[in-house]
Write a protein of this length. Structure first.
Length: 85
């Protein structure tokens, strides 16, 4: 099963959309709440190559990007193989 990390904020609609997509695929994920843990924002920016928006999603250590990137992976059929790895 894939290891999924998502940097997010509870007030972010795109974060909730990403969580719904993972839930629909029965994919367990770790949420890193940047409102509750603001010190982890710098970590996220470094890991995400300078991107500052949420969500920032990582699957098995690979930076996927934000919700639009996740949705595009799913639409192209490339998300399921990543989740199965």
């Amino acid at each position: 099963m894939a290891q999924i990390e998502m940097y997010m904020k509870p007030t972010c609609g795109f974060c909730h959309a990403a969580m719904r997509l993972f839930d629909s695929k029965n994919a367990a994920f770790t949420k890193i709440d940047l409102l509750a843990n603001p010190g982890r924002r710098t970590e996220m920016i470094q890991k995400a190559g300078g991107r500052t928006t949420v969500p920032q999603i990582f699957i098995n250590g690979q930076h996927i990007g934000g919700y639009d990137d996740l949705h595009a992976l799913n639409a192209s059929g490339k998300l399921d193989p990543l989740l199965a790895a």
